[in-house]
Write a protein that binds this ligand. Structure first.
Ligand code: P1T
Length: 378
């Protein structure tokens, strides 16, 4: 079955009782048992809920995974994956990643005596060199948030596999429509479903998928034991979003590529980051491991914070807001928003400068978006 078909049908059979074509929202916390220990597969909705189950099957199907798990947020999914680690374990992480993931690693997971080394992802050898005898997990995003760098998933998977280290890829920016890390050898894929999977900026959610049964069994245990699960209604919203993921992603990409080319030529723009542009340092790699470049663009404006402020205040269609992946275009200022939790020195070291802007390109008419940018830039 092809991607678009899976997204609409997998886990989403018509309701056997009524014929309803859409999976119902099972707003129930618990399930009547026929006798002690005898039930229809559901006992309590933290453990399992039919609407969430449908979402979990769909998530697995579109990521080419055997197993899917849904969570209350991307960070809930991340926390549950990191619960696989024990005191004394070590993580190697790419140094360009969502600020909230960094905050979780440094201010929560560190308290469990699990430490993280961050490596410059421009050279894959840095990952290998940072591995210690207690390294249990490698964590990457690709494309990264916010600088849209690309990491060779297959090469990293081979490094991890040789040493029995779990490779986790946060696939939020690409979405499974453009990139499926499990097919390239990753062990676990994580998503903030708040973004492209939900697609309409109306729900917070997360996902974890894997094809490794042992990892799944552990993660399923932690999903229930920790309890950071999505409500049936939130599960339903993400499931609805997934149905149109393919068509939305094609439009996001088409608009982003057009605007990236426009911005690249603009005299007010100092630097542009978009993996779909031939001069992006990892353009060839992006082309090889992704089937499209996505809808996120980052850019540095000529000038500093004052110019950024002026630019942001003049935009009418690009809304100044955290998050990404919705149908509407958003502008984020990483230094003060998504990556505000990074100490300044860490932020500068990672190249998140005071003139950096991140755009989540929506699916409005691209000429309106271009006019909005042109007006604010001039
Ligand atoms: O916000 P939440 O659903 O908990 O997801 C966290 C998360 C995880 N991974 C990546 C790559 C992310 O970008 C995020 C959340 N990011 C934003 C809110 C943002 O604007 O970048």
């Amino acid at each position: 079955m092809e991607f678009e078909t899976k997204a609409i049908h997998e886990g989403q059979q018509s309701d056997p009782q009524t014929g309803a074509v859409i999976v119902p929202i099972y707003l129930t916390s618990t399930y009547q048992q026929e006798a002690i220990g005898q039930h229809k597969g559901y006992e309590y909705s933290r453990t399992g809920n039919p609407t969430r189950n449908a979402l979990e099957e769909a998530l697995a199907a579109i990521e080419s995974a055997t197993f899917g798990l849904a969570f209350a947020s991307g960070l809930a999914a991340t926390t549950t994956v990191l619960s696989l680690l024990k005191s004394g374990d070590h993580i190697v992480a790419g140094d360009d990643l969502y600020g909230g993931t960094y905050r979780l690693l440094e201010r929560v997971v560190k308290n469990w005596s699990v430490t993280t080394t961050y490596v410059d992802i421009d050279d894959i050898n840095n990952f290998e060199n940072a591995i210690q005898s207690n390294t249990k997990l490698i964590w990457i995003e690709t494309p990264t948030n916010p600088l849209l760098k690309i990491i060779d998933i297959a090469a990293l998977a081979s490094i991890a596999r040789q040493r029995n280290i779990i490779l986790v890829v946060d696939n939020t920016f690409a979405s499974p429509y453009f990139q499926r890390p499990l097919e390239l050898g990753a062990d676990i894929v994580v998503h903030s479903t708040t973004k492209y999977l939900g697609g309409h900026s109306d729900v917070i959610g997360g996902a974890v998928v894997t094809s490794n049964e042992q990892l799944y069994t552990e993660l399923k245990f932690y999903q229930n034991a920790i309890g950071a699960v999505p409500s049936p209604f939130d599960s339903w919203l993400v499931l609805r979003g997934i149905k149109t993921l393919a068509v939305r992603m094609r439009e996001h990409e088409k608009n982003a590529l057009f605007l990236a080319k426009f911005l690249e030529e603009h005299p007010q723009v100092e630097q542009i980051y978009y993996p779909g542009l031939p001069n992006h340092p990892q353009h060839q790699l992006a082309k090889a491991q992704m089937s499209g470049f996505g809808g996120m663009i980052s850019l540095e404006l000529k000038g500093g914070f004052a110019e950024v402020e002026k630019f942001a205040s003049r935009l009418k269609l690009f809304l100044l807001a955290e998050s990404l992946g919705g149908v509407e275009s958003l502008l984020c200022y990483p230094a003060k928003m998504t990556h505000g939790s990074l100490p300044d020195a860490e932020r500068y070291k990672r190249g998140i400068n005071d003139n950096l802007i991140r755009l989540s390109v929506g699916i409005e008419n691209v000429l309106d978006l271009q006019a909005d940018l042109e007006n604010a830039l001039s």
